[in-house]
Write a protein that binds this ligand. Structure first.
Ligand code: 13P
Ligand code: SF4
Length: 305
């Protein structure tokens, strides 16, 4: 670990009154310098309550946008301006308006992996950690428009029995994890508990013992008596799991499950971000106030685990 670089980051962080938030998929060295690590829900809650003036968001754009929507008085920095999310880009506001026209009267729930404009067009926002609880809280007599992740949507249908109108979006990283990946990992580790993210495909989830957000995976591994786990999600998760559970063994279901956007963030970019106060993420006020209504509900509804 380059000590000089870390010292410089630390010094500037104090000067700027900044806090570093990092998603569980970030490279290990970024997770290690962060003030808070977590899943999308946990990081949104931290972004809303921090007293720091500046938030350096080590994640992807929609996460930094969510922080800017919740805390407009703070400066939110994304160390790499091209760190996006292909899933979030699979629906835009115009496409969502058209879908709403086709389903008048149906409440609209968007996954947090979406643009600020899409959040502004939605009634509620959710993360993978509270999608089931959020959908369950809505009136039972109506169908619900759910965008953009079809796989999270099917998981919610499965758990709630509710009628969801799905959008055909998907995470390119999670759909690359296959059934044979899980079967092979199980063959070599027959006693391991399989944890899969809800963004995985249905056949992969059918082979899992637990379907959990990244934050829920961390909580589950801590309390479970088993000491071997097969992890079907982005591989950055293994760093977080191993760090918090040094006595347990974690096996990546697929070493191909690497999100190139999450991995754009480097220590150098974090330093440059603090030096030059870049790249500032802001959301136009008209969109922000509308999007905030859907996000406020998201940070209120906590998962049951
Ligand atoms: P969570 O950490 O909220 O489970 O999200 C996963 C993800 O894909 C974020 O991009
Ligand atoms: Fe988007 Fe998938 Fe990467 Fe998460 S892992 S940021 S959903 S592409």
């Amino acid at each position: 670990m380059p000590a000089n670089l870390l010292e410089k980051i630390d010094k500037l962080k104090n000067q700027r009154n900044a806090v570093i938030l990092a998603h569980n998929y970030q490279p290990g060295e970024i997770q290690d310098i962060a003030d808070f690590t977590g899943d999308s829900l946990g990081l949104s809650i931290q972004a809303a309550k921090t007293e720091a003036e500046t938030i350096v968001f080590c994640g992807v754009r929609f996460m930094a946008e969510t922080a800017a929507i919740l805390s407009p008085e703070k400066t939110v920095l994304l160390p790499d301006e091209n760190a996006g999310c292909p899933l979030a880009d699979m629906i835009d506001a115009q496409q969502l308006r058209k879908l709403k026209e086709q389903h008048p009267g149906s409440p609209v729930v968007c996954y947090v992996n979406s643009s600020a404009e899409v959040k502004a067009e939605s009634d509620y926002c959710c993360t993978s950690g509270n999608a089931v609880e959020l959908v369950s809280s809505l009136p039972e007599d109506k169908s619900i428009v759910f965008v953009p992740d079809q796989h999270l949507g099917r998981f919610v249908i499965d758990r709630t029995g509710r009628n969801l109108v799905l959008w055909p979006g998907y995470c390119t990283v999670h759909v690359a994890i296959t059934e044979p990946d899980i079967e092979n990992a199980k063959a070599t580790h027959p006693k391991a508990v399989v944890m899969a993210h809800p963004e995985c495909t249905e056949p992969v989830k059918a082979l899992a013992d637990q379907i959990l957000s990244t934050g829920q995976m961390l909580r589950y591994a801590k309390k479970d008596m088993e000491k071997q786990f097969i992890i079907a999600t982005e591989t950055g998760m293994l760093h977080a799991l191993k760090k918090q559970n040094p006595d347990a063994e974690f096996i990546a279901a697929s070493n191909r499950a690497i999100c190139p956007n999450m991995k754009r963030i480097t220590l150098e970019k974090v330093l440059w971000s603090l030096e030059d106060m870049r790249y500032k993420v802001t959301v136009p006020e008209q969109i922000r106030t509308k999007a905030k209504k859907s996000i406020d509900r998201m940070v209120e509804i906590l998962p049951e685990d």
